[in-house]
Design a protein around this ligand. Structure first.
Ligand code: KG4
Ligand code: ZN
Length: 331
């Protein structure tokens, strides 16, 4: 089954053709990052306009790369949410139009299901598993007993981890995109700043706003004393706390639920500190760990095409009335 998938929830216009939920036939990702970097973050209005300009070009390119025609495609998949509403609507409109004209089934995909199924492009998922979802909008621990079944164990009570990275980056004068650059700096510094380990309790929930505020307060205090903070050391101290709590709660979730398979999903899965921390802990506990390749960590349509195959098998179909949702639960 060949699925043509469209992802446009934020600032990447991406189209992919995926065979049977596992094989990537072609993927095109057009990133708007350079444009948004001028403003220090994604500007929603500009993002939607750029999706409009690019979507048909990206669809054509993905088909050309696969050496396929629309007639060869069995179904159309699209991210319906969560994300920026204007951005989502562009991909959704394109997907609905293709489904209507070529009379193909339309499969709605939750963005986070996509991030989770990015791992299926690396290796077929084995169940039961725990998914650690870490992105700009999400920090969640999810239990999956089988394909396309999502049970939330815990989530962040305030900021998502990627959001905290981006805010800390601003405070320590690291340019956009903050997350990857803070990650890089963290490997150049030392853990010298006294930052708290956030929400260090027995729950599966997370909290990053306190840690973020601690960084902001430290930076302000140093400034008032006429001192400069050492960016590298702040990055290391911040990243160490984040990785420690993420690894600790993830390992607890695996143990409490007697699960031996762990997958990591979302943009922050690209974080080198987190990858190393999880690899080490999983090796010690004999846990099978899958982390997507870097190119599948950030937003792309390949992951949407992979998820769509299993959504389709579950019976998920949408009509032309399908609407975009800025916020929606993973079910
Ligand atoms: O999944 P994603 O591409 O978009 C959302 O669905 O949110 O994740 C983007 C987030 C941003 O906050 C970005 O700063 C963060 O992932 N990120 C990182 C790294 N690479 C991306 N955060 C920490 N370390 C990284 N290497
Ligand atoms: Zn994402």
């Amino acid at each position: 089954m060949y699925i043509l998938a469209i992802e446009s929830s934020c600032d990447e216009t991406s189209v992919s053709i995926i065979k049977d939920g596992m094989k990537e036939v072609s993927t095109v990702v057009l990133s708007q990052m350079d444009t948004h970097a001028n403003y220090g973050g994604v500007v929603p209005e500009i993002a939607s306009r750029m999706h409009v300009e690019n979507i048909t070009i990206v669809i054509d390119e993905a088909l050309k790369k696969a050496n396929m025609k629309m007639e060869d495609i069995d179904a159309i998949a699209v991210t319906y949410g969560p994300g920026l509403i204007g951005s989502l609507l562009v991909g959704l409109m394109a997907a609905k139009t293709l489904a209507f004209i070529y009379n193909k089934p339309l499969i709605p995909v939750h963005h986070i299901a996509g991030h989770i199924y990015a791992n299926n492009l690396v290796k077929r998922l084995e169940f039961p598993l725990i998914a650690l979802v870490v992105s700009g909008g999400h920090t969640e621990l999810i239990y999956m007993k089988e394909d396309y079944s999502f049970e939330k164990l815990g989530s962040t009570l305030d900021d998502a981890v990627g959001e905290a990275y981006d805010k800390v980056a601003r405070v320590i004068d690291v340019p956009y995109p903050g997350g990857p650059l803070v990650d890089k700096l963290a490997f150049e510094g030392e853990d010298t700043y006294d930052l708290p380990l956030p929400l260090n309790d027995d729950s599966y929930n997370f909290s990053f706003s306190g840690l973020k505020s601690a960084v902001i307060n430290l930076a302000h205090n140093e400034k008032q004393r006429g001192n400069e903070i050492i960016k590298e050391n702040m990055a290391t101290s911040f990243q160490n706390r984040v990785v420690e709590i993420l690894v600790k709660k993830t390992m607890k979730a695996l143990k409490d639920n007697n699960v031996h398979n762990l997958i990591v999903a979302g943009g922050v899965a690209a974080n080198k500190g987190l990858r190393e921390g999880l690899k080490k802990a999983c090796a010690e506990e004999s846990i099978n760990l899958i982390i997507p390749e870097m190119k599948y960590c950030t937003d792309n349509a390949a992951m949407i095409g992979a998820a769509a195959y299993y959504a389709y098998q579950r019976g998920d179909r949408a009509g032309l009335g399908l609407n975009a949702k800025a916020v929606c639960e993973l079910k």
